[in-house]
Design a protein around this ligand. Structure first.
Ligand SMILES: C[S@@+](CC[C@H](N)C(=O)[O-])C[C@H]1O[C@@H](n2cnc3c(N)ncnc32)[C@H](O)[C@@H]1O
Length: 433
């Protein structure tokens, strides 16, 4: 079956509705400042003892510290949280990503064992939408196991609640020496396993997916000065109590020595480098080279031309990054050229293309119409606003991008990455036709 037919077959399945209107997105919740920020105290002690820390260390602690990290202690997503992501906006998003993987699985000969590996699954919403879509393809569902790479036990509980058929009942272990920290049988059939690190996922034919994962990985920041590139560090502000500030390293740091090669000849005044992203990309590329499979990476990002993108979010608004560590989301735009560079030619890379192009190529307008025709009045309005949020350039359509990796032996191009046909309108009218 070709991908157009495949998409069509799936699109006609009716599913439940989940999307949000613009007004819901902009509702605010009460700001909750911790009176005594334990992480701030720990970071200050560390800086007092051994000097300023790197931005990467600060970001890592603020997001994933074992007890005080932002992702570790709370559910941070959705209208009531601090930000909203595409899978949380509409079921259409995860479903279309699922279709991309169904097509890839078929193009590589429908292997009998395949692992869906999601990095940073958040609330598990995208995995849920994907598995529901996969369940329409029984042969794939039979071949599939699901492997979630999640550092936050709190979020892993939400993921389990969403995906599990019978909570607290582990899935049978399939391989010797598995390194998962928990497992369950999903309500769609395939077993689900959780890991802290991508390298703990068993080797095999993997379909990797990462949505808004790379932007959460710690970055180093470098500033061009008259003495050459200097690393930006985080220090205690001597002027104000309980406050941190950015300073420049006086000389080379371990990271600046490594990054110098990268920054040499760069026109920018400021550069952000994410070594962990390089390691993950190299690992994905090696796995795909060795065992087959593919990867789809979606995030907001650029082509190596942006400068200072490090920022914080709290209550759907920008937040000062050095304030109240552990209480706000910290993120930076993903440098897609850097990601591609670190695949080292081990795989074929496609994109990045914009989210708008990718979703339209996958048939979002068609899926919208199916859901729209079956929805009530408020459902119709929600669906249209979700469509706009996901695809309009001024919303998430341009800023978010998709990158795909395929095995070098693949003879086909992945769907979603080709230019739109000229007769296809870039945006639908107010009513899908
Ligand atoms: C911005 S959220 C995105 C969630 C989800 N993909 C979505 O789009 O709704 C980042 C996710 O990555 C996880 N995460 C962050 N750093 C991680 C790391 N170093 N290893 C594994 N997971 C990580 C977080 O706990 C969270 O689930």
């Amino acid at each position: 079956m070709n991908s157009a037919k495949l998409i069509q077959r799936f699109m006609t399945c009716y599913s439940r509705r989940r999307c949000l209107s613009y007004s819901m997105l902009h509702q605010k919740k009460q700001f909750c400042t911790k009176p005594d920020n334990k992480l701030m105290t720990q970071l200050q002690s560390k800086i007092n003892f051994s000097g300023p820390i790197t931005v990467a260390e600060y970001m890592k602690e603020a997001l994933t510290h074992a007890t005080e990290g932002y992702y570790i202690h709370s559910d941070v997503f959705g209208v009531a949280g601090d930000f909203i992501t595409s899978p949380e906006i509409s079921q259409m998003f995860g479903e279309l990503i699922a279709i991309w993987f169904v097509n890839e699985w078929m193009m590589i000969g429908a292997p009998e064992n395949v692992q869906l590996v999601e990095m940073g699954p958040g609330r598990g919403t995208m995995a849920d939408d994907m598995l529901r879509a996969f369940s329409k393809f029984p042969e794939l569902s039979k071949a599939l196991s699901v492997h979630l790479v999640e550092v936050s036990v709190t979020l892993s509980r939400l993921q389990e609640e969403k995906l599990s058929a019978t909570p607290d009942q582990p899935a049978p272990s399939s391989k010797e020496g598995e390194l998962h920290y928990k497992s369950c049988l999903s309500k769609y059939g395939p077993c689900v396993y959780w890991y802290r690190d991508i390298k703990d996922v068993p080797a095999g034919c993997n379909m990797f997916v990462a949505h808004e994962f790379f932007d959460a990985l710690p970055i180093h920041k470098f500033q061009k000065t008259e003495h050459g590139w200097r690393e930006v560090l985080v220090d205690i502000d001597p002027e104000t109590e309980n406050k941190l500030r950015f300073v420049l390293a006086r000389g080379d740091t371990p990271a600046s020595k490594l990054a110098l090669k990268l920054c040499d000849g760069d026109d920018r005044e400021h550069v952000e480098v994410c070594p962990q992203a390089a390691l993950v990309m190299n690992y994905l590329a090696s796995c795909i080279q060795e065992h087959g499979g593919c990867a789809l990476i979606a995030d907001y990002g650029h082509h190596g031309d942006k400068q200072d993108t490090f920022r914080g979010f709290k209550d759907h608004a920008l937040h000062e990054v050095l304030e109240n560590p552990g209480c706000a989301d910290l993120t930076s735009d993903v440098d897609f050229s850097y990601l591609k560079q670190h695949t080292d030619g081990k795989v074929k890379a496609y994109g990045p293309v914009t989210q708008s192009l990718f979703l339209q190529n996958l048939g979002i307008a068609y899926r919208l119409k199916i859901l729209y025709d079956k929805a009530d009045e408020s459902g119709k309005a929600d669906l249209l606003s979700a469509f706009k949020l996901l695809t309009y350039p001024e919303e998430m359509g341009e800023r978010f991008k998709f990158l795909a990796l395929l095995n070098n032996a693949c003879q086909h191009n992945p769907v979603g990455f080709e230019p739109l046909p000229e007769d296809q309108p870039a945006q639908p009218t107010s009513e899908p036709t």
